[in-house]
Every structure is written in C-alpha cells, then in structure tokens.
Unconditional design. Structure first.
Length: 278
C-alpha cells in the first residue's frame, strides 16, 4: 500500500508487489498481511480539523490492521511507526490519536509487536521540515514559539535503517523505542539556523511569528475546513504541539536493544538538501 498512485508506481518499478486498498478495506488488509513475515505500519493522518479526523486513521485504522494480523494462523511481526508526539497526548488531536493507536497493541500480549517513535523527520520526500529549512536558506527562520525550545531530528535514511534493525532484533519485542540523529539535547532554533547559514552561505535571522497571527490562522483553518471539507495542517491543537519546549530524545535504549546507530548528522543532511537544489 502507498499513499498515492505515483508513489505506488515507483515502488512497483522496484519490484515491490502492490496491494490496492486502504485501512477501511478489511479484504485488502488480509491480502496485505498474507504470507508476510513482518508488517511496518507507517500509514497515518497528520492533517485534520477534529479529533475524529485523526482517530479514523491512527486509531480505527490501526485496529483494523491488528484484526487482519491476528486472523492469520502465524501472525507477522508488527512494527508500528508512531510519533514522538505520542509522548505528550494532551497537546494535540494528532498526539492523542498516536498514543491511542499505540495503546491498542497492549491488548495483544501474544502478538510480536514493537513501537518506534521518531522525532521530526527530514530528507527526500519530506513536506514538513523541508519548507522550514528552505525558508531558513532564504534568510528567515520562522519560529512558532520560544526560540530556546529544543527538538531532536532524524534523517529519513537513518530512520529506514532503524526500522530494519528493529525488525531484525528479537530484543525489540514489546518495546517502545525512540531515536534521533545522535545530537545530545537536540537543537534549538538558533543552532538549526546557524547550520543552515553555514551550508547555504548566508545569514539567517530568527523571526518569532506573532502569537496572535498564528492563533488567528489556526482558527481560520478550522472554520474553513468545516466549509470546504479540506484537512488543514495548522490548527490550535497543532500549535500547542509546535510550541512545546521539549521534543528531545536519545538513542540509549534503541542502540542497546538493536545495535542501531545514526550515520547522518544535521549538517550532512542539510548539505545533501543543498546539493539537490543545485
């Protein structure tokens, strides 16, 4: 399964067998898990204007997949690709749905499962951090909250390597693991801006976006969504998530459990993004 036909065709060209369907299609989910040794559940809703919008995919969809897996005589291993946001379920609709999706696995103690909570992911195909880095590359770093807030990051290639390492590790069974690029205490906004400045060769100014402006945009998005049916990214709950001061993790447990270690630091990842622009 893939999010779009274009991505599906790319996978097909790599020799991947495709199953057409979605998380509401129990027959498709049965076809998907048949004969599988492992299932990586990476589907998720990241946009919405209500808790229900997120729960439909991140909770009900996960429950549907679990039903398909447990129906097999020999259930495959399940890796739930969750989010660091699940650590703070009270912040947003998204965070609450991710924690609720994780909690479903607790009711299946006989199933071979594990949970991976990545922080902010960047790299090829990224649509969330990439616009932020590109804005910085143009000289402005838009900050939604406190400039001293700290986040951990992970390059998508390191995330893929971590997924593989987790699937190969018997010790990862029933674990909830976090990971990052190895930067102790993560990054604040000034550190990220300085790295972008060094790679792109230009000065980057921090701009704390006025609170009233973001609040107004977020509420306008919610009201607009109710009229148009479109799913917004920026909402009041999402703002609480973005303004949270601590999204820092370390690799202690995942490295001890699986042996995985990151290979791409932020500067190297930014240099790759810069080369891709040229």
């Amino acid at each position: 399964m893939a999010r779009t036909p274009g991505r599906a065709q790319h996978l097909a060209s790599q020799g991947v067998a495709l199953v057409e369907g979605d998380l509401d299609d129990s027959a498709a989910l049965q076809r998907l898990v048949t004969g599988a040794a492992a299932v990586v559940h990476a589907a998720g809703a990241v946009r919405g204007s209500s808790q229900q919008d997120f729960d439909h995919i991140n909770v009900t969809g996960t429950d549907q997949l679990l039903a398909a897996i447990t129906a097999r005589k020999t259930p495959p291993r399940l890796l739930l690709l969750s989010s660091l946001a699940a650590r703070e379920p009270g912040l947003s609709w998204y965070a609450a749905s991710k924690r609720a999706g994780e909690s479903l696995l607790d009711s299946h103690p006989d199933l071979d499962w594990l949970i991976l909570r990545p922080p902010a992911v960047y790299g090829p195909g990224d649509k969330e951090m990439l616009p932020v880095f590109l804005a910085m590359a143009r000289g402005i770093a838009p900050v939604p909250g406190d400039t001293a807030a700290r986040i951990s990051l992970i390059h998508v290639r390191d995330l893929v390597a971590a997924v593989i390492a987790c699937l190969r590790s018997e010790a990862a069974r029933h674990r909830t693991l976090t990971l990052c690029d190895g930067k102790v205490n993560g990054y604040d906004w000034r550190e990220m801006a300085d790295l972008v400045a060094a790679v792109w060769g230009r000065r980057v100014r921090l701009w704390q976006v006025p609170r009233w402006l973001l609040d107004s945009l977020a509420w306008a998005n919610v009201h607009s969504a109710r009229l148009t049916g479109r799913s917004p990214m920026l909402t009041p709950p999402k703002l609480r998530e973005l303004r949270h001061r601590d999204w820092v993790v370390d690799n202690g447990l995942i490295t001890a459990t699986t042996g995985w270690e990151p290979s791409i630091g932020l500067r190297q990842g930014l240099e790759q993004l810069h080369k891709a622009e040229l």
